[in-house]
Ligand binder design. Structure first.
Ligand code: UFG
Length: 332
């Protein structure tokens, strides 16, 4: 399949482009490089032996997107979006414009070009603070605690409505839990600008001596060790989930919603311990106040993805930490 991949130079996008190439598809990358490097394209080439076509464009640029889309595609996977929770609180309009506005603009272009299979980068954040764990896809959408989360909820709704109005459309909503790790080659990974907000990139920099200590946000949650529990998923497993969704639902009219996670929760302290084991470094930490907007625990019921997509994760927390550490050491 010829697949238009927006945000294909970013963290999850680049790993998905690799997985698509390895599965014999033909991805074409569109990225405005606002949070990605051009060198990622060469690295994808190094890993796969294929150099995907690349367009430096913003999804909100209708003319540019029309021109790219006119070449003809079987499907679109839409990753391009902003994702920093704190920044979204400070600059809500930037987030609504980029994420929601960008998606609307892209959908108009795809409808005009008759590209009707769409895979969307959604998030477990749409569940809000889940009352029952693990969360299933049937659980009602929750209340977001920040504008970033609202953009994911809104974009899902836009897509359900667009599918309703265009019944031939196939829309897959992939709700990611906590994507971490890096490509085992050490060539692709997450490269946050400034101080990382997310746990694993932060731990990586502490292990590397770039940051003095981890602040563990909250030690009094109702979890086994009192720290927050999340369903961390290796980015390569996540990337393969996209290929599985595309394979199952290409041309398959309807809205198809999946949790992509391992189905297992790990606490902050379990992540720290695993990272210490694989890196051989000590990770100093202090337990501080809870971070506003955080939930105690969130992990996925992945039954549907297993049974319908025939997809499941195969990489455990130790492998996520080991690949993150390899990337961290190479990216200095
Ligand atoms: N944590 C720390 N210290 C840190 C960073 C994180 O203790 O320096 C803890 C958090 O409190 C949480 C866990 O590590 O318990 C994971 O935090 P992350 O920031 O890595 O991930 P989140 O679960 O908060 O974030 C995820 C997605 C976001 C999404 C958010 C919604 O990565 O895209 O859920 O809550 F917006």
């Amino acid at each position: 399949m010829r697949v238009l991949v927006t945000g294909g130079a970013g963290f999850i996008g680049s790993h998905t482009v690799v997985a698509l190439l390895e599965a014999g598809h033909e991805p074409v990358v569109v990225d405005n490089l606002s949070n990605a490097r051009r060198s990622v394209l060469a690295r994808i080439g190094e890993i796969t032996g294929h150099h995907p076509e690349f367009h430096n464009a913003d999804v909100r640029d209708r003319d540019a997107m029309k021109s790219v889309a006119s070449a003809g595609f079987d499907a679109c996977i839409h990753f391009a979006a902003l994702k920093a929770v704190g920044e979204s609180v400070e600059k809500p309009l930037l987030y609504y414009d980029n994420n929601v506005g960008g998606t609307i603009s892209l959908l108009e272009v795809l409808i005009a070009a008759d590209i009707t299979t769409f895979v969307f980068s959604s998030s477990a954040t749409v569940y809000g603070d889940p009352t029952i764990l693990p969360v299933t896809e049937e659980m009602p959408i929750g209340v977001a605690t920040n504008p970033y989360g609202w953009t994911k909820i809104m974009m899902e709704q836009v897509l359900r409505d667009v599918q309703d109005a265009n019944p031939e459309w196939s829309v897959s909503l992939l709700r990611y839990f906590n994507p971490v790790g890096a490509h085992p080659s050490g060539l692709l990974g997450e490269d946050p600008l400034g101080t990382p907000n997310n746990l694993m990139p932060y731990v990586a920099r502490v292990a590397d001596g770039q940051l003095p200590r981890l602040r563990v946000f909250g030690g009094d949650y109702p979890t086994p060790d009192g720290t927050g529990v999340r369903d961390y998923i290796h980015v390569v497993d996540l990337a393969e989930g996209h290929v599985a969704a595309l394979g199952t639902h290409s041309g398959d009219a309807g809205v198809h919603t999946y949790n992509l996670g391992t189905g297992q929760g790990s606490s902050v302290l379990e992540v720290v311990k695993s990272y210490e084991n694989v890196s051989g470094k000590t990770i100093p930490y202090e337990v501080v106040e809870r971070r506003e907007g955080d939930v105690a625990a969130n992990w996925a019921d992945v039954t549907r993805a297993k049974s319908v997509l025939g997809w499941k994760t195969s990489r455990d927390l130790a492998e996520m930490c080991a690949d993150s550490w390899r990337w961290q050491q190479g990216s200095r």
